[in-house]
Design a protein around this ligand. Structure first.
Ligand code: CA2
Length: 146
């Protein structure tokens, strides 16, 4: 079985509770349950984690070096600001897929820049909870071809 970390960054614990017009009405738990079902059909097991703290996300990426075959990552607002998170993606030496619920290219100018995209194997943005499913499919296909 392939082992995949699904990491969610700052404020994503609020999913389903606020701003449904931007982020939809699904909660992290419901997204996780749907992803678990998909992962089982694709031969993968998932470890779901969310943190509002940059350093915790970095520690989990370091853990992925030994503990995961790949990572699905929604870095939240850190996408647009964090050199440290980008460096941790490089350091983990595992394929990482960047995922966004909203279409970051259709929003404010500052969201059009991703510091992490160049060190990820791919990015998915704008499909709501389906962004995670597409990201997971892409990651598992990449791992099966590697
Ligand atoms: O679209 C995405 O998935 C984002 O990563 C979400 C981030 C945002 O800063 C990125 O530009 C795009 C924000 C996450 C905030 O999540 C909330 C969820 C519900 C209510 C309030 C915030």
């Amino acid at each position: 079985m392939l082992r995949v970390f699904v990491l969610h960054g700052p404020n994503l614990n609020l999913l389903g509770q606020r701003e449904p017009e931007v982020y939809g009405s699904d909660t992290l738990d419901s997204i996780g349950a749907a992803l678990d079902a998909l992962a089982a059909s694709l031969g993968a097991t998932l470890s779901h984690r969310q943190s509002n703290h940059e350093g915790q996300l970095i520690d989990w990426l370091h853990e992925a070096r030994a503990g995961a075959d790949g990572v699905v990552l929604n870095p939240g607002g850190l996408t647009h600001t964090s050199v440290a998170l980008r460096d941790a993606i490089t350091a983990c030496e595992r394929p990482v897929v960047e995922v966004h619920i909203s279409n970051v290219y259709a929003r404010e100018t500052f969201r059009k820049t991703s510091l992490v995209a160049p060190v990820c194997i791919g990015s998915v943005s704008g499909f709501g909870k389906v962004s995670y499913a597409l990201g997971l499919r892409g990651l598992i296909d990449y791992l099966n071809r590697s």
